[in-house]
Every structure is written in structure tokens, then in C-alpha cells.
Design a protein around this ligand. Structure first.
Ligand code: FEO
Ligand code: CA
Ligand code: CA
Length: 644
């Protein structure tokens, strides 16, 4: 999602962090083997877009030698179409409004859209993608369940002549049904993917779907509302951004900008300190005009029931999703899952707002591949941590446990439920490092190193720069590399100690103030702004999606998918593989187990314009049809592994 006011800091701590008091530095080590100096990148040619050159179909640039990624780059230039590397095909698989659920799912009719229709159709603004092979437990790469988050809605691109916060009651129903998550059966037939309309697996989860509450906040007084006096079941999930998958075959969906949906003056019993810390009170949507539970004067505790990780079993069409409160409440970008060597479950998650934190959960129980029932509630019991990154290149995972350190009744934490509901306040109290908008996190499949996308922080001032966030107000963002300690030859993802480094500093290498750091061989197509989602392929190459938000117009370069090695000679040598149409960002990305299909969610084409005055009509290009977010399936024309 764009950097709207919601991305501005809510962390008002006046206390300078330790990092702010130490000398500014990029890293304790040489960056990206060969340490590219600005002088080196300054000689790179400007992109056609940055130089204001007309949109000629410029030839692709093959980077010589060092990268293991063999594809030719596409042009770093916005066009009214998506672009994919030559020799690959990107087919539109499924779009907002496509009928999926039940045999009676109605065809999309943008002039007569209703909430009831939307509940049976693919949602809006697709973000996270998981491909879950069918049957469960297989590595099938031709048949599976496409599990997709629907992050938000843009009323001005759905209807003509509307103001997004002044929608009528039916339009609000459409919005509430268009967010959440979807499960859709898909198949690859004759090399092309299609979705199975009316499959029994197909489901939609919306802002009205009943969802259970698990973990330490379940049943706590602060989770109770007039509609749910037990505090155990909530209506809906929305603002679902990125996510993750578990080894036991479930999907984790991250509730991110939940604060945008609540409005009104909080009631007298409201916990104002908590509401403020989560940035409530500045709604971006008009849902509270039509649905009482979004009014803070009626239900000031309803927001406590959002901002969680939701676990969904896509293989069981009857399963009720569960909000896993042990993982903490914040603007969860995603949920990156890995295992310790003794099979405890580790979930990394960023809190996407300026000056917020990077978190980690470690389960107490162990994943047992031979006993699926034993895995069902692993995410309800464990320890939540938050990261501190020291200028020395070391750091620590700080436990957020009631009764430990400052997390006591004296400071307002009366039990673990208070700690997880107010995870931000708990993280403030233990001295976590405020970061440049933590987005997605990925673990390298072979090295066990952890990569964190820090998309940017336009509000970071020079006096708040620190070693792990080394630039003030640069729109580029960066990617942090965390090295858990090695124990008996494997990374210990449960250790409290960590070491960290910076993989790259993004931005335009032609602009000196951006102080970018890429591999010296990075082409004029390969650099980028604002890393968002991260995904590794089986060979350990990092695929990076970008989200410049409204800065895309200013920068003149497309959002899309870049890829690079993180080890060896091609470390941080990013290459542009896929470029989005105007106004869109790339999300997902997600590989099939054989790495022969890459799914990419093209989100909000035409954002920044309106349906009255659209910038693009991607992907249909039909009069009367709005621009629609859609998932594309990318395959190599010779059928081999993507990137090879
Ligand atoms: Fe929804 Fe942090 O991007
Ligand atoms: Ca995004
Ligand atoms: Ca994101």
C-alpha cells in the first residue's frame, strides 16, 4: 500500500535509542563484496525514464558473468502494460471480480456490483500469494490452491464519481467483501494456468467472516465487545497484506493497516494510550458510517481484535480461521516461518510503519510431521521477541514476556494478554530499534540468513539515523541481512544473539543524495526503490517486489520484480525481471515447488487516478471495465526453471 498518513510514525518515544548516540556507519563489514562507491555508480547511464527519453522499445540488457540469474532484463520504464523478460510469458490468471465460490457465483458486472456478488468473487488488491499443492502434502506443481490476500480497496477506482470515505451502504458492503483472503483451486493445462470456478475448495474470507481467537489474548477482557462478550470470536479479517505458510500446510495472513477502518471519538472507557500508539482515529475508510462496530464511541475495544496473524487451513473447506495472538498485535506486514533444528516453529514479522520494529515468535512445542493434529495450535504457545540492532553489527532478540524486565503491572502490563495486545508499547519499553518501515522477511533456504525489506522512511531525520537505518528520508529503502548464530552447522533461529549486515541500499544510483549501494555491475534496469515482498527460489536466489506508492510517478520507474543472488559474485546484483503497468505495485511473488511457475500479484493498477479519469484499464483494456488487480502466472517458454 502507498505511503499514506498511516505510514507516518506513531512511535512518539522521545527517548533516543542507543543507536542514535553512536557514530553513523553503514555496516561493520564491507558491503556487497567489492563495496561499490558512489563514484562507480555515478557513471552508470540514467534510465530512459529518469532521463526523460521517449518510450522506445529499447533492447534488453544482459548482465555479464557474475549473476546466477540468466534472464534478460526488461526496461526500467513505465508502460501501459506489464513487461516480462523475453522468453517468458505472463498470463493473467485471475482478476478482481472473477467468479469463484459456488456454482452460482455471478460474473463481474462493475456497474451492478453488490456485496453479495463480491462474497463469491475474487477480491480486490491482491497481495500475498501462497500456492498450496493438491493433494495436501504433495509437491505437485500443476494443481493446487491459490491462497491470496486482498489488502484494501480503492473506491475511486471501483465506482465513478465517488469519494472513498463517503460510499453508500451497498458500496461499503462491497468493500467489506472485497478485502480479506481467497482460496481458489487452480490447474495448469497445456502449459497455461486456469482457475476452477465453483470448486468445493474455493472460499472467501471477508470483513464479516467469523474467526476464532487463539493464544494469550483469547477471552481476555480487552478482547470483549458488546457483540462478543466472550472475547473469543471476531467478525472478519481485513487489510491483509503479506503472509506465510507453515510446514503443516496452513496459510498465515497478516492484518496490516487495520487502524484505517475505525472512526469516531473513543468512549470514556477507552484505552487512549493504546489507541494512539496504534494510530487510530484517522480513518481512511467510511465503514463506521454504516457499521456500528467500527465506531470507537460504541466499541472502543473492537480494534483490539485486529492487527493479528490469521491462520487458515486451505485444505479443509469447513475450517474456521484462527487469530494467533501469541504472535503479537501490530501492523503485521507478513509472517515468515522457519524451524529450529529441534523443530520449534519460528515466525518473523515486521511492523510496517515508520520507526516500528522487527519481531520474532518461537513456539514452545515442536512441529511433528507424523502427527498433524499435534501441530494445530503450535502458534498459540511460545515467546514473542523484538529486535535490537546495535552499531557494532551485533544485536539481540528481546523477549516480550509478562513479568520480565519492564513488562509488569507497574507499567500497565497485567498479564501476557496486555503484552501481546500492546506489543508496540511492550517493544518500546524493552528498547527495540525503530526501523525504516519493516516489510516482508525471508529466510535463505541454504544459508539460513534472514532478509528484512525496509521499504523506506520518509520521516527519518538526520539526528535519528543509526547504523541499521543509515540514511535520512531517502525514498530508496534497504534490505537488512540477519545472521542467527551457527550451532552444530545450522542457524539457531531461537538464539537471543544475532549479527546483522546490510545487503543493499536502494534508490536511484544517479542521485548522489541517495547514497545507494548495489553490486558494481548492476545495470540501468536493475536498480529500484522501496523493497516490499521477498521470496527465495529453491536455489537460494532472492526475488524482490517493490512498492513506491505514490512516488512512482515522481520517480518515473515501474514497480516490479527484481532478483539477485545473496552469496557469491552476484551478491546484490539486482536484475529487473517483471515490470508492472502504471500505478501498480508487484506483490506475491510465489513459486510452485518446481520453480517453473512464478505467480505475481499485480496490485492496484491505475492507483493515483480515478475511474472517471483512469490512467490504465489493465488488464482488460475494455471500455466500461475498470482497472483490476490480478494475479499473473509467469512461465518460461521452454518450460524450464525460472531464472536459469
Ligand atoms: Fe501492505 Fe506493508 O505493505
Ligand atoms: Ca505494498
Ligand atoms: Ca507489503
Amino acid at each position: 500500500m502507498s505511503e499514506r498518513p498511516a505510514s507516518q510514525p506513531a512511535n512518539r518515544s522521545e527517548q533516543p535509542s542507543l543507536e542514535q548516540l553512536v557514530e553513523r556507519r553503514f555496516s561493520r563489514r564491507q558491503l556487497i563484496g567489492g563495496a561499490l562507491s558512489f563514484a562507480a555508480v555515478a557513471s552508470l547511464p540514467r534510465t530512459a525514464a529518469a532521463a526523460g527519453v521517449a518510450d522506445t522499445a529499447k533492447a534488453t540488457t544482459r548482465t555479464a558473468g557474475k549473476s546466477t540469474l540468466m534472464f534478460d532484463e526488461v526496461d526500467n520504464h513505465i508502460r501501459d502494460a506489464h513487461q516480462v523478460s523475453p522468453g517468458y510469458t505472463a498470463d493473467v490468471l485471475i482478476r478482481w471480480g472473477d467468479p469463484t465460490v459456488g456454482k452460482d457465483a455471478p460474473d463481474f458486472d462493475p456497474d451492478r456490483q453488490t456485496g453479495a456478488a463480491q462474497e463469491k468473487q475474487f477480491g480486490a488488491h491482491n497481495d500475498f500469494i501462497a500456492f498450496m499443492p493438491l493433494p495436501r502434502g504433495s509437491k505437485n506443481s500443476d494443481h493446487g490452491l491459490l491462497c491470496v490476500n486482498h489488502e484494501y480497496t480503492s473506491g475511486e477506482l471501483m465506482w465513478r464519481g465517488v469519494h472513498p470515505v463517503l460510499l453508500d451502504a451497498e458500496q461499503t458492503k462491497v468493500e467489506m467483501a472485497a478485502q480479506g483472503h481467497s482460496i481458489t483451486e487452480i490447474r495448469k493445462v497445456d502449459g497455461h494456468w486456469t482457475f476452477v470456478r465453483g470448486s468445493n475448495f474455493n472460499r472467501r474470507f471477508t470483513a464479516n467472516t467469523p474467526i476464532d481467537i487463539g493464544g494469550p489474548a483469547r477471552g481476555h477482557g480487552r478482547m470483549k465487545t458488546s457483540a462478543d462478550p466472550t472475547g473469543t470470536r471476531v467478525l472478519g479479517t481485513f487489510a491483509n497484506c503479506c503472509g506465510g505458510t507453515t510446514p503443516w500446510g496452513t496459510v498465515l495472513s497478516a492484518e496490516e493497516n487495520f487502524q484505517d477502518y475505525f472512526a469516531g471519538r473513543p468512549g470514556r472507557d477507552a484505552d487512549l494510550n493504546s489507541l494512539r500508539r496504534y494510530g487510530l482515529g484517522a480513518p481512511g475508510y467510511g465503514w463506521a458510517r454504516h457499521v456500528e462496530r467500527f465506531r470507537l464511541d460504541r466499541d472502543s475495544q473492537e480494534p483490539n481484535r485486529f492487527g493479528w496473524i490469521v491462520e487458515i487451513d486451505p485444505y479443509d473447506p469447513t475450517a474456521t480461521p484462527i487469530k494467533r495472538t501469541a504472535l503479537g498485535r501490530f501492523r503485521h506486514e507478513g509472517a515468515c516461518v522457519t524451524l529450529t533444528s529441534d523443530n520449534r516453529v519460528v515466525v518473523y514479522s515486521g511492523d510496517d510503519q515508520a520507526y516500528e520494529y522487527v519481531y520474532r515468535f518461537v513456539s514452545n512445542g515442536r512441529f511433528d510431521p507424523d502427527n498433524p493434529r499435534a501441530n494445530l495450535d503450535l502458534l498459540d504457545d511460545g515467546t514473542l521477541y523484538v529486535a535490537r540492532f546495535d552499531a557494532s553489527g551485533k544485536g539481540e532478540w528481546l523477549p516480550l514476556v509478562h513479568g520480565q524486565g519492564p513488562l509488569t503491572s507497574k507499567n500497565g502490563f497485567h498479564c501476557q494478554a496486555d503484552v501481546v495486545i500492546d506489543a508496540r508499547l511492550a517493544a518500546d519499553a524493552v528498547g527495540a530499534t525503530p526501523m525504516d518501515r519493516p516489510e516482508d522477511i525471508a529466510v535463505h533456504p541454504h544459508t539460513g540468513k534472514v532478509y528484512v525489506a525496509l521499504t523506506k522512511n520518509s520521516t527519518r531525520s538526520a539526528d535519528r539515523v543509526d547504523a541499521a537505518n543509515p540514511r535520512a528520508a531517502v525514498p530508496g529503502g534497504h534490505i537488512l541481512e540477519i545472521e542467527p548464530p551457527e550451532v552444530d552447522g545450522s542457524r539457531d533461529h531461537a538464539a537471543q544473539a544475532l549479527e546483522w549486515n546490510i545487503l543493499l541500499l536502494a534508490g536511484d544510483p544517479n542521485i548522489e543524495e541517495h547514497e545507494t549501494r548495489y553490486h558494481p555491475d548492476t545495470s540501468h534496469n536493475g536498480w529500484f526503490y522501496a523493497p516490499d515482498n521477498l521470496e527465495f527460489d529453491a536455489k537460494g536466489r532472492l526475488w524482490i517486489s517493490t512498492d513506491q506508492g505514490s512516488d512512482q510517478v515522481l520517480h518515473g520507474v515501474p514497480d516490479g520484480i527484481r532478483a539477485c543472488d545473496t552469496e557469491g559474485e552476484g551478491r546484490a546484483l539486482t536484475k529487473l525481471f517483471f515490470a508492472c503497468p502504471p500505478g501498480a505495485e508487484a506483490c506475491g511473488p510465489c513459486f510452485t515447488p518446481d520453480d517453473k511457475t512464478l505467480f505475481v500479484a499485480v496490485q492496484h493498477p491505475g492507483e493515483g487516478w480515478t475511474l472517471d479519469n483512469p490512467r490504465t484499464l489493465w488488464p482488460d483494456y475494455q471500455a466500461g471495465m475498470p482497472p483490476r488487480s490480478a494475479v499473473v502466472a509467469i512461465t518460461k517458454d521452454d518450460g524450464s526453471v525460472i531464472g536459469d
